[in-house]
Design a protein around this ligand. Sequence first.
Ligand code: SAM
Length: 395
Amino acid sequence: MDRDDTSRWDRLAGTDGTALLDRLAGADRSGDAALRLGTALRREYDAGLVADAMTLTELRDRASAKFTLAGRMWFTRDGLEQASSEVLARHRAARFAGRDRVADLCCGIGGDLVALAVAGHEVTGVDLDPTHLWMAGRNATAHGAAVRTVRADVRDADLSGVDGVFVDPARRSAGGRMRTGDSEPPLGWCLDLAGRTGAAGIKAAPGIDHGTVPPEWELEFLALGRELKESALWSPALAGARTRATVFDPAGTHTIAGDPDPADGDTGVAVGPPGAWLLDPNPAVTRAGLVSQLARRTATTRIDPRIAFLTTDDEPAPTPFARVLRVLDSRPWDQKRLPRLLRELDVGAVDVRRRGLAGDVEALARTLRGRGSRHATVVMTRVDDRPWGLVCVAP
Ligand SMILES: C[S@@+](CC[C@H](N)C(=O)[O-])C[C@H]1O[C@@H](n2cnc3c(N)ncnc32)[C@H](O)[C@@H]1O
């Protein structure tokens, strides 16, 4: 089907399409039931319309992990995969407070565009893909918001009157995912937007190289729970720190910011051997280089200047920025002795955390699994530059 042909989507949004989508939303679509339903619907409706309705219904189901109103939204498969989750998009949209007219360049199906519109900005979405633009407009309407959409190469977009710009460049092409650091348009072009509009935010991959971020810009890492999702670059007008780690969990949004730990490992935070408790920082914190900042906040010490585990002898308060573990055993790494040690500690299921040591964590976890009643985390790491092992449990 031609991606330029939005009449296909107009038809799906029309009377027959809407009736079909409503029937599918309420129907049993598991296994064979989906086949029977498809056959029955094709007796009443055009086969192409049924196929589109079934695909969109499946995508809406999947999109409920990202969007509260997924059941009313419009997606293509790759548009959904590339779309920002609502919670992340709303957090980013809030950074544009005080900006009146914001352009969302490469708006896709509108994950970020809708969040910017809902936040009260006058927004224009620009994309080359007419299907995505059509869907972005519909998705704004589903949220009671209005947006302007423009089909253009973002390089040709008219940014006059715009006082803030957000860009989420494509990181995949028809051939699949691009190389780390590559995007369309490239990062250098996106960075120049700040000079043209006064304020720019750029969505980037979580693996972004800190060295690509200009001085005075902020680099933020965003994690949903312990899953690192993406990064964002904020131009000086929107920046609040050099780096930031933002964690979203059911209790809310938590953020810490500051200067990243220096590469030479001298962070000014005390270093000492593992005590009774271990803190395993959230990946957003480690990627932001804010482990020492977290150590100061939690009154903990580092187990090694270059290793991102923190420790304390006193039970730490729960923190959204780290997983807290109780240490059952701590000693130089001795893989041969580990199975006996785990038996003595009544450990059965095991997961392995590795930091600073090489090893296949999956294979090791399989070989260490025992019959005991406790679930333990085996930590392979370095202390004072020596291979070290810890057996820990959740408190
Ligand atoms: C990562 S997606 C955007 C996702 C969006 N932020 C969201 O949350 O739904 C990237 C989009 O960039 C568009 N794109 C890529 N290169 C472009 C260009 N040169 N001009 C305009 N749009 C472009 C693609 O069509 C795609 O829809």
